[in-house]
Design a protein around this ligand. Structure first.
Ligand code: C5P
Length: 222
C-alpha cells in the first residue's frame, strides 16, 4: 500500500514519542524523534562549554556534528558522532537548555534540512514541534497532541519514579511550562498547531487509545 508521512506535534511531555513509536511499529514505518537531534547538539555544546546564545559558534559546531537515530531491537538509540548518548540527551541539563539552542534560526534551518532528507522516502512517523508546519507541510496526517500541564507533569513524574530518577512535581511543572513558553514564543517556526492538524486532547486518554486514533486517521490514506 501507499507510504505516507505522519506528523505529530505538540507541547513538551504530551506523549508524542510514546505514541509515535507504537504507530511506526504497527505500520512498519520509521520513527524520527526530531527533539533528539536538538538535544544531541545541545549536549555537545554543553560538553564543550559553548555559549548557547552564540548562533555562529553553534552552527559551526553543528556542521561538524553527526547525529544518527537508530533502532536497535525495541529501543531508539541516539548516536552523537558515533557515540551512544541515548541516556545523556535526556538529562535535566539538556532538557532545561535545549529550547535556547532550538530557537536559533540557522540551527533550525540545518536540522530541518536533515529531517527532510530522513523523511524523503515517506513511510515515516516524525514527532516534534514544527513537523506539520515546517518540516513536512505536506504530510498526509498531522496530529497535534495536547494535555493539561498537570497531567503531563504527572506522567513524567511517574516515569521518573519508575526509573529511580529523583523528581519533583512542582519543578517538573515549572520546567515544562518554561520550555513550552520558549518554544511557542520564538520567531522561527514556533510551536503552533498547523491549520489542517487534528488536535487530540490526551488528558483522559490511554496511550493505546491515542495510538489507535492516529492509526485510524492514517488508514484513510493507506
Ligand atoms: O521533543 P523533545 O521534548 O525531546 O524536544 C526537545 C526540545 O527540542 C523542545 O523543547 C524544542 O525546544 C526543540 N524542538 C524543536 N523542534 C522540533 C523538536 C524539538 O524546536 N521539531
Amino acid at each position: 500500500s501507499k507510504k505516507i508521512a505522519i506528523a505529530i506535534d505538540g507541547p513538551a511531555a504530551a506523549g508524542k514519542s510514546t505514541v509515535a513509536k507504537i504507530v511506526a511499529e504497527k505500520l512498519s514505518y520509521i520513527y524520527i524523534d526530531t527533539g533528539a537531534m536538538y538535544r544531541a547538539l545541545t549536549l555537545k555544546a554543553l560538553n564543550q562549554n559553548i555559549d548557547l546564545h552564540d548562533e555562529r559558534a553553534l552552527v559551526q559546531l553543528l556542521l561538524h556534528t553527526k547525529i544518527e537515530l537508530q533502532k536497535n531491537e525495541k529501543n531508539q538509540i541516539v548516536l552523537l558522532d558515533g557515540k551512544d548518548v541515548t541516556m545523556d540527551v535526556r538529562s535535566q541539563d539538556v532538557t532545561n537548555n535545549v529550547s535556547y539552542v532550538a530557537k536559533l534560526p540557522a540551527i533550525r534551518e540545518e536540522l530541518v534540512h536533515r529531517q527532510q532528507l530522513l523523511a524523503s522516502h515517506r513511510g515515516v512517523v516524525m514527532d516534534g514541534r514544527d513537523i506539520g508546519t515546517r518540516v513536512l507541510p505536506d504530510a498526509e496526517v498531522k496530529i497535534y497532541l495536547i494535555a493539561t500541564v498537570e497531567e503531563r507533569a504527572t506522567r513524567r513524574h511517574e516515569e521518573n519514579k519508575r526509573r529511580g530518577i529523583p523528581s519533583s512535581m512542582e519543578q517538573l511543572k515549572k520546567d515544562i511550562e518554561e520550555r513550552d513558553r520558549i518554544d511557542s514564543e520564538r520567531e522561527a517556526s514556533p510551536l503552533v498547531k498547523a491549520d489542517n492538524a487534528i488536535e487530540v486532547d490526551t488528558t483522559a486518554m490511554s496511550i493505546n487509545e491515542v495510538a489507535q486514533f492516529i492509526l485510524d486517521a492514517a488508514s484513510k490514506h493507506l
